[in-house]
Ligand binder design. Structure first.
Ligand SMILES: [Zn+2]
Ligand SMILES: [Zn+2]
Length: 60
């Protein structure tokens, strides 16, 4: 029997702690997920904040 191991990464916004998926996509976002404001009613989060640390990819 083969058991399927599917890794589902659920990341929450570091600012408002809502899931990343509920944040609206924004191409100008500075987050790795390219996500902008949170769609949860009443939530004041305007920019998704990655819960993982940013990788230093810009190092020469
Ligand atoms: Zn939120
Ligand atoms: Zn948020």
């Amino acid at each position: 029997m083969i058991k399927e191991h599917r890794r589902i990464t659920i990341m929450n916004c570091k600012r408002c702690h809502h899931v990343a998926q509920i944040h609206e996509s924004a191409m100008n976002s500075s987050s790795l997920m390219k996500l902008g404001r949170c769609a949860i009613p009443g939530c004041t989060c305007r920019q998704y904040v990655d819960s993982i640390e940013k990788l230093d990819e810009e190092l020469l």
